[in-house]
Design a protein around this ligand. Sequence first.
Ligand SMILES: Cc1ncc(COP(=O)(O)O)c(C=O)c1O
Length: 390
Amino acid sequence: MRKLQTEAIHGHVFYDEKFGAFIPPIYLSVVYEQFERTTGEVRRTDRDLELKYSREENPTVRALERIFARLEKTIDAIAFNSGMGSISSTLFALINSGETVLIPYESYGTTIQLLDNMGKYGVKVRKVYPSTEKIIENLNRDVNLVFVETMTNPTLKVIDVGEVAKVARELGVKLIVDNTFASPVIFNPINAGAHVVIHSATKYIAGHNDVLGGFSATDDIELIREIWDWRRKLGTIIQPFDAYLILRGVKTLKLRFKKHSESALAIAEFLQEHPKVVEVYYPGLKDSPYYSLACRMFKEKMFGGVVSFKIRGGINEAKKVLLSTAIIKPSPSLGGTESLMTIPALSSAKYIPKEYRGKVGITDNLLRLSVGLEDIDDIIEDLDRALSRI
Ligand SMILES: Cc1ncc(COP(=O)(O)O)c(C=O)c1O
């Protein structure tokens, strides 16, 4: 099997014999002739699904899906218009009324909110502390589905997906892993025993802070059909132009992820020594409680581009730092070329109830930095200048 960096470039397997073109074009056509004129057969894509209408199948999207499947080493993948498109469509496919979903309470806020809202369709949600032990302790036959993120957001607790998967499989519980923070460069949840892997491709995979996207991948071909059918019904397919942007961005995924990881580690070390910083969260730091697990789980000693840290002071000081940077933008999201910083209590973790936030360390003085691809010296100087303002 070819390596990830090669698959990210060639895994779309597009080739136009007529012109010799090997870059997938943007098929803007919404409609396709449903039957082949010569044979009268129904026109199908390479996964044997009908190609007639772009809310169902589109050749540019299909090229991207082939790459996604190769990145996560699965039989197939379904591409969506955002990470939430992927999460919602996959949950609709997997969970029924009356069933219970187990999820750590430090998970992406909108995912938790969506699950809570699914209560009106009879879905029950059980929230647990985000640790491998607590997830496993709460796994039993009353649970139908467990949803975990490889690394929690924003305090970067690493979950031992292999251990959770082992217990989930013994109990017949389905495991969905949101692998956005780790990326397929360093971790493949399906190899570790998960049932479905989900990504917000908006982050590292697209990588340029200019396009939304997502995907779900699994080796369960029946489930692929079901998720596909929910995508069709919910209308959550990615648009062809967006798919093209991701096809372009993903080619440099590994190179970018390596640079994000190197810079993030250097910044985490810088912050650890900074007098205005009281705590740093980064699994690549040797004294992180997650360092040894992260080294076992993640490939090539890369730990991603997100670093969280607590500054001296409270919300006012956090805001002052946030708004005193020049290069680093005060914006949510992560995994792109531009460095971005947020106060999680006011952004991604806003929907996590305050009682839970306290338990996992999401305080008002916590900042989350997504380290971009700018020169590391400039990012450090920017941070240092902002921190000197408090
Ligand atoms: C871990 C995680 N999962 C899912 C999402 C949702 O992705 P999107 O914004 O592409 O819908 C996000 C967005 O920040 C995220 O951080």
